[in-house]
Design a protein around this ligand. Structure first.
Ligand SMILES: C[S@@+](CC[C@H](N)C(=O)[O-])C[C@H]1O[C@@H](n2cnc3c(N)ncnc32)[C@H](O)[C@@H]1O
Length: 449
């Protein structure tokens, strides 16, 4: 029996994510294109892959109740097939015989034929109780964050980080909504690059960004405007982050702009379009050469294409002291604000990553401040709401740099967004999937006095 192509592809992505640290959002689209899946099968492959990765914590808990040995003792090929089967049986309306028999086939195709009977037995056990019964059993005896971790399929430390970030903004009551939103598939958002495309050309108007659009459905890459690079797939929170910098004040012809950490180039493309319209010149920097290549590709649609340089942005302060009028520091971060789009991130990152990233973020910010011209503006941005990567980094930078002042970012965004963002008092803006339909972007505008 051959495995349905959507399941085969989903299994391949799961294996690559867990064995090779691959990114599902980068690997899945080319596999779908290569297999020439129909739109329905492409949607199925996406649901199977993302749903299984998001729900991994919950499915592992259920599987551990159905298996009498620790999951770590299972062959990883077997465990991933069981997770994929569990997602179909517990969260999708897949016919049980298809979910079970195709999971068995996947294990056989992965060279683990000896586990055929085991996989069949475990998944048949799952079919003998309803999803609600499994849910009740999975949380039995658990309380506090351990209970939430299973129910919401988030690691406990991520739950604590989200709770802290909401509480710091006086939004503690929205905690359940925030966890739930992480598990809901996001709509595909597009950006119409100013001067190159219109929102109407891209689709329906977006939720918050004046240059944002909602895809009318189907594969966005099939649209000529997307294929040409004039319209791009981009979260609307990311759009607001770039626009907060480019529209913080009117652009003066000849201004110099810098994107310190530009790969893969989403915000750089929007900034470059804004710079071109105002007569400013953008330079984009990226550490990883392959990602710098993606930035060049993203910027190719801009005429003349901005310069892309490669290197550690921590050296840019010394290389270009006081040179730039506007700087975007979209810092490397845990990505905890984009869990809807990068479903595996919650299982891959650890609290130790936060410590290492916070050190890097502070050093990058120091370099950015050094490269800032007098009265220049720097946007510090992360796609993480973790307070150690966001407000703590900004507060420490303000303490280290008396020459720096925090601008009222919510006020700037109020003049840009297409609807009231209802941001709490403070100089930063923390966006949320459950409130704004965007990734949980953090944006703080800083100005050199
Ligand atoms: C959050 S991503 C930037 C996303 C990008 N602004 C966009 O909108 O497409 C951070 C980027 O910083 C790069 N990076 C990490 N460490 C760096 C460093 N020390 N100097 C420069 N870039 C760095 C990463 O390779 C990654 O491409």
């Amino acid at each position: 029996m051959s495995v349905q192509p959507a399941r085969r592809i989903a299994y391949r992505v799961l294996r690559a994510v867990h064995a090779d640290d691959a990114y599902a959002n980068l690997l899945l689209p080319p596999l779908i294109a290569e297999a020439r899946l129909s739109p329905a099968d492409a949607a199925l492959a996406t649901e199977l892959t993302y749903g299984t990765l998001r729900g991994r914590g919950y499915y592992d808990r259920v599987l551990s109740l159905a298996i009498d040995r620790p999951l770590e003792k299972l062959d990883p090929e077997v465990l991933d097939a069981l997770r994929l089967g569990a997602h179909q049986l517990l969260a999708m309306r897949t016919a049980p015989h298809a979910a079970v028999s195709e999971s068995v086939e996947l294990v056989v195709s992965a060279g683990k034929g000896s586990a055929r009977g085991f996989v069949n037995g475990v998944l048949r056990t799952l079919t003998r109780s309803s999803p609600d019964e499994w849910r009740a059993r999975a949380v039995e005896g658990l309380e506090g964050d351990a209970l939430l971790a299973v129910e919401s399929s988030h690691p406990e430390w991520v739950i604590a980080a989200i709770r802290d970030a909401l509480a710091a903004d006086g939004r503690a009551a929205e905690f359940d909504d925030a966890l739930r939103a992480d598990n809901e598939p996001p709509a595909v958002s597009l950006v119409a690059l100013p001067g190159l495309a219109t929102v109407a050309e891209a689709g329906e108007p977006g939720a918050v960004s004046p240059v944002g659009a909602r895809s009318a459905g189907g594969d966005p890459a099939a649209s000529p405007a997307v294929a040409s690079g004039r319209v791009r797939v981009q979260d609307e929170g990311s759009q607001l982050a770039a626009l907060a910098l480019s529209r913080a004040r009117p652009v003066v012809k000849g201004e110099r702009w810098l994107d310190m950490c530009a790969g893969p180039g989403g915000k750089a493309a929007l900034l470059a379009a804004e710079a071109a319209a105002g007569g400013a010149v953008l330079t984009a920097n990226e550490l990883v050469p392959a990602r710098a290549g993606l930035v060049r590709k993203a910027l190719a649609v801009i005429d003349p294409a901005p310069e892309v340089i490669e290197g550690d942005a921590r050296a840019l302060g010394e290389r270009f002291p006081g040179r730039f009028d506007r700087i975007l520091l979209d810092a490397p971060c845990t990505g905890l604000g984009a869990l809807r789009r990068r479903p595996e991130a919650r299982w891959r990152k650890t609290p130790a990553d936060v410590v290492a990233l916070a050190r890097l973020q502070a050093e990058l910010l120091d370099a950015g401040v050094a490269a800032l011209a007098p009265r220049g503006i720097l946007a510090y941005v992360t796609c993480s709401p973790h307070v150690d990567e966001t407000r703590a980094i900004v507060a420490a930078a303000l303490a280290r740099h008396p020459e720096l002042e925090a601008l009222d970012t919510p006020a700037v965004l109020a003049g840009i967004a297409t609807r009231d963002l209802d941001l709490p008092p403070g100089t930063h803006a923390q966006l949320w999937p459950h409130r704004h339909g965007t990734d949980a972007m953090f944006i703080q505008l800083l100005r050199r006095r």
